[in-house]
Design a protein around this ligand. Structure first.
Ligand code: ADP
Ligand code: ADP
Length: 226
């Protein structure tokens, strides 16, 4: 686990207005941080700079006390859960969850132990032999999280993971994600444009507008201000 310290992060695409403009956010070890704001405010760009999918124009990205600006994504030990889940349709749930362990050449015994532990945490034990195409949106979401769990990543990063789900499922998954994050105690950064998610899920909320950090506060502080 690790803290994520963003220091004066700037991102310019070409020579236009910065997409991310001098943003500093300190995500504590085990904290659940929300990045919220309207479309185009720079949320995804900021998240991609944490993961290493986007170069940083200036500023420092410090993860677990180490400056990671020049590290490739695979050298950062972070787990990103995408909106579309990126599951392999031809593989079973078991093999989808096992995938990062197979890549790391883990033994069959280790794979089995970790996949079953993750499946128990996520209540997916009964679905391990199924293929993603036969699962509900919520179940697919949990498989994607299972893959992140077995990697024993230092942090979870979510990019609008619930935006493709219907309202009922979104509510269920919100509860689920909050429960899991608490259970695992893992540092989490969660991008959303949904006010309800922003106000109910996180320990703190970073509000972005046109690339600028407008507010950094707990949901209660945001709620109580005039
Ligand atoms: P979102 O609001 O979910 O980020 P967008 O449609 O704004 O969705 O962007 C989707 C992706 O397209 C972004 O993640 C980014 O990589 C790319 N993108 C967005 N705006 C531009 C742009 N002006 N030029 C090139 N690529 C862009
Ligand atoms: P959000 O996730 O909040 O919707 P983004 O981070 O996707 O916002 O985009 C922030 C700004 O940067 C937008 O103005 C968008 O058009 C621009 N942008 C994003 N990705 C690219 C890109 N690859 N090339 C050029 N401009 C981009």
């Amino acid at each position: 686990m690790a803290e994520i310290d963003m220091k004066n992060i700037v991102k310019k695409y070409g020579d236009g207005f910065p997409a991310v403009n001098d943003v500093s956010i300190d995500v504590q070890d085990g904290e659940f941080m929300i990045l919220v704001g309207p479309s185009g405010c720079g949320k995804s760009t900021l998240l991609r700079m944490i993961v290493g999918l986007e170069d940083i124009t200036s500023g420092e990205m410090v993860i677990g006390g180490k400056v990671v600006n020049d590290l490739a994504p695979r050298e950062r030990n972070l787990a990103m859960v995408f909106q579309n889940y990126a599951l392999y349709p031809h593989l079973t749930v078991y093999e989808n969850i096992a995938f990062p362990l197979r890549l790391a050449k883990a033994s069959d015994a280790e794979v089995d132990e970790k996949v079953r532990a993750a499946a128990a945490t996520l209540e997916l034990e009964e679905h391990l032999e199924r293929k993603p195409g036969n699962l509900s949106g919520g179940q697919r979401q949990r498989v994607a999280m299972g893959r992140a769990i077995v990697r024993e990543a230092d942090a979870f990063l979510f990019d609008e993971p619930l935006s493709n789900l219907d309202a009922k499922l979104r509510g269920q998954m919100r509860t689920e994600i909050a429960r899991l994050q608490k259970k695992l105690g893992i540092t989490t950064v969660y991008v959303t444009h949904d006010q309800t998610e922003a106000m109910t899920l996180g320990h703190r909320v970073a509000v972005l507008k046109r690339g600028l950090l407008q507010q950094l506060a707990t949901p209660r502080e945001l709620y109580e201000q005039p």
